[in-house]
Write a protein that binds this ligand. Structure first.
Ligand SMILES: Cc1cc2nc3c(=O)[nH]c(=O)nc-3n(C[C@H](O)[C@H](O)[C@H](O)COP(=O)(O)O)c2cc1C
Length: 399
């Protein structure tokens, strides 16, 4: 998702500097070109060799390095950046940035840069709460820097409080957002995700193997594109994407009630959840005890949420469904597309390896109302989400 992007990673002299290594690795894995710039003090905490090996590029530290500066390297580094991230950001670098000091490689790059700047502070709680540090952070915010707030917990100095570097996932997602154009700004997008659980006693339920990964990927990418995202999620172990409105439900009836309440105000609805078609007619309040012989459970039909949305959809609202099938994929998907009055349907064959429930990849066909179809190769679910949202954006632009 970061192909062709150049990220300048400024590393400063805090105890969390070792975490920069993991950030470099994740950016490189996502396809970015990473240029590390270290302060002299950062080298006390993490070896330039580690960051150089992980980034695959020489690390810049010495402003007066004759080799690197023959082309005025610090200005070139600043010019090439699509994004600059300072991680960890010491109280010292925050103060220098606020004051406009340019006395080493990193501070000089930061002053010369026009790319967005993300600052990830990490320090002792008393340092962080010091009004001077808070005032400096406010100055940076007002200048347009994105501050990734540190988290609370036990700190390296054994004190408790706010000052620990934010979680890696939060830092990476902030970078993705800063690098993604806000093509869905002002749009409200509802995504359903995950399975439903239909209980027949307090410890047993009927469900399916959906993990919610496809729906969560859609919510993540829509939020990156600046949409207001409402994620209606069945039970999953996934972390909620940064900045989305999460509505947790368990049963199909709860999902229907939640979605019905939200649907009218949405510009886009994407139903990626694997909603149970049936629920036990009765749910025992106590665990059903094992007895001799078989147990018969009567199943009632759950409401068809997607069909209801299709009947009630308002002009200009985009409605997208998913069809997960094990046979006659295209025929079944086409039927669902027409019956439920969808704009398009995303069909995936559950028997293909690397596709469907639980995988990190998916191989889908996107089928439109006019019968035309795009067959996408197997790709990570976030990329599939991007392809789906590109088509939704085209529909929104044409209405
Ligand atoms: C063991 C140790 C850990 C430190 N951890 C931090 C820290 O987490 N955050 C911070 O702001 N400063 C920390 N400092 C202080 C900075 O290293 C010091 O302010 C230094 O001047 C920062 O330089 P730089 O911002 O140019 O990298 C630490 C110092 C030491 C000796």
């Amino acid at each position: 998702m970061l192909d062709g992007k150049t990220i300048v990673l400024g590393v400063t002299g805090g105890i969390a500097a070792y975490k920069a290594a993991e950030v470099v690795r994740s950016f490189v894995k996502a396809g970015a070109n990473v240029q590390v710039v270290m302060t002299a003090n950062a080298r006390q905490f993490v070896s330039p060799l580690t960051l150089q090996t992980l980034s695959g590029q020489p690390v810049c530290t010495d402003l007066f390095d004759l080799g690197l500066e023959s082309q005025i390297g610090h200005i070139q580094v600043a010019r090439a950046a699509h994004l600059i991230m300072v991680i960890p950001a010491t109280a010292n670098i925050i103060a220098k940035m606020a004051a406009g000091i340019a006395d080493d490689y990193l501070t000089t790059v930061l002053l010369a840069a026009t790319a967005p700047i993300v600052v990830c502070p990490a320090m002792n709680v008393k340092m962080y709460e010091n009004p001077v540090v808070q005032r400096n952070l406010e100055t940076l915010r007002q200048r347009g820097c994105i501050i990734v707030e540190p988290e609370a917990g036990e700190l390296a100095c054994k004190e408790e409080g706010t000052g620990r570097l934010a979680e890696l996932t939060t830092i990476l997602e902030t970078a993705h957002r800063a690098l993604t154009p806000g093509s869905l700004a002002g749009r409200r997008v509802l995504v359903s995700a995950g399975p439903t659980w239909e209980a027949f006693d307090p410890v047993r339920y009927i469900s399916n193997p959906s993990t919610g990964k496809m729906g969560y990927a859609l919510a993540t990418v829509a939020a990156r594109r600046s949409a207001e995202v409402h994620l209606v999620s069945g039970p999953t172990y996934l972390h909620p994407p940064l900045g989305v409105h999460l509505h947790r439900i368990v049963t199909a009836l709860q999902m229907e009630e939640c979605i019905t309440g939200l649907a009218r105000d949405m510009d886009v609805i994407i139903m990626a959840a694997a909603v149970g078609d049936y629920r036990p007619a009765e749910a025992s309040p106590h665990k059903v005890k094992k007895a001799e012989g078989d147990l018969w459970v009567q199943l009632l039909r759950n409401p068809d949420i997607l069909a209801g949305l299709g009947q009630r959809r308002r002009d200009g609202q985009v409605l997208v469904g998913f069809a997960a099938e094990t046979e006659n994929l295209v025929e079944n998907a086409m039927q669902k597309l027409t019956q439920k009055r969808l704009d398009f349907i995303v069909a995936n064959n559950l028997v293909n390896p690397g596709s469907g429930f639980g995988c990190d990849t998916n191989e889908v066909k996107i089928i439109r109302k006019d019968g035309s179809m795009d067959e996408l190769p197997r790709m990570p679910k976030e990329r599939v989400a991007g392809e789906i949202l590109n088509r939704i954006e085209s529909l929104l632009a044409s209405t």
